[in-house]
Design a protein around this ligand. Structure first.
Ligand SMILES: N[C@@H](CCC(=O)N[C@@H](CS)C(=O)NCC(=O)O)C(=O)O
Length: 328
């Protein structure tokens, strides 16, 4: 695990000294928008047109942020238009790696060994963290975006005119956008990023702050989802998929490894049925790999788990009936 400084790789863990033991996530740097006609997006440069075969998605099956993009690629019918490569789950001294002789973990586009080479190909003097997901533009030979929240918005609407794309599926309808963003803001800060703030804290009080905010939000979500099937507007939206990728990892990883252990998701009746409901949406199960998820966190994060032992449990059954149709 490390980062690039002026295009050179440095192996180092997150620096929490400057923030009194608090984990602070760095903002993504490549923020262009792919649009249906190549016109500029909300705050990006223009010229990134949604075309079949032009973009390549780099992901990790372990990463909750990359997982969002895989779900949107699958559900929107983008697999034949946007190619993808999956890094190896072990993220060690060289950061995310490819395994050239292993089909599932090859870099199909560049044949690179390390993810940081993708970043320096786009920007030779890049300084910053080397994160997934990355949406690579084969035409401009650069990173179009490395911000999952924006990549899923692009996948949701920019490619709608291409053959076979599910233009009827809109996970962010305009009339719901305000409420989706209100829910996203709390879920991002206290749940998606909240588990990391608990797990990566290096001071007791910072861990406890994150733990409290996380479980306050899970109580709020449990109550909200007891009376309605989905988070916003009676239909599946982006807000659900953004919450899902954290919940599905929770009992296997965050509960133990990140010390988020007041309760498991299994102990929340509504939240646990909700995760199963989303998992059972056609195509979603193929984007979930609990083996790679556990392997990544327990082996790569040696500061937290020096023995690198991967726990065998817990037993999880996301295929069990969820019974939430009655809330529709
Ligand atoms: N803002 C980014 C965050 C992505 C992110 O932090 N990904 C993690 C994997 S779960 C990563 O690649 N971390 C490597 C690092 O921080 O060095 C997004 O949502 O796309």
């Amino acid at each position: 695990m490390g980062l690039l400084v002026d295009g050179q790789w440095h192996d180092q863990w997150y620096d929490t000294d400057k923030s009194g033991g608090k984990f602070e996530r760095e903002a993504a740097r490549f923020r262009n928008w792919v649009t249906h006609d190549g016109s500029p997006g909300p705050d990006g440069e223009g010229g990134f047109k949604a075309e079949s075969g032009r973009y390549h998605l780099y992901v990790s099956m372990a990463c909750p942020w990359a997982h969002r993009t895989l779900i949107f690629r699958k559900l929107k019918g983008l697999e034949k238009h946007v190619s993808a490569s999956v890094v190896h789950p072990d993220m060690m001294e060289n950061g995310w790696e490819f395994r050239p002789d292993s089909e599932p973990h090859r870099d199909h586009l560049h044949g690179f060994r390390f993810m940081h080479q993708v970043y320096t190909k786009a920007a030779p003097g890049y300084s910053g963290r080397v994160t997934v997901p990355v949406l690579w533009d084969k035409e401009k030979q650069t990173i179009a975006s490395n911000e999952s929240a924006e990549i899923i918005r692009m996948f949701n609407s920019a490619f709608n005119e291409l053959d076979g794309v599910r233009s009827d599926l809109d996970f962010c309808p305009e009339e719901l956008q305000g409420e989706i963003e209100r829910v996203n803001a709390r879920v991002y800060d206290t749940v998606n990023n909240g588990v990391y703030k608990a797990g990566f804290a290096t001071a007791q009080d910072k861990y406890e702050d994150a733990y409290k905010a996380l479980f306050d939000s899970l109580d709020w979500l449990e109550e909200r989802l007891s009376g309605q099937r989905y988070l916003v507007g009676g239909q599946l939206t982006e807000a659900d998929w953004r919450l899902f990728t954290t919940l599905i990892r929770f009992d296997a990883v965050y509960f133990g490894h990140f010390k988020c252990n007041r309760q498991r998701i299994t102990d929340f009746p509504a939240l646990s049925a909700y995760v199963r409901d989303l998992y059972q949406v056609h195509g979603v199960a193929e984007t979930v790999d609990i083996g790679q998820i556990k392997r990544h966190y327990y082996v790569s994060q040696r500061t937290i788990n020096p023995t690198q032992i991967v726990p065998v449990g817990p037993e999880l059954d996301f295929d069990a009936p969820h019974g939430r149709e009655r809330l529709s």
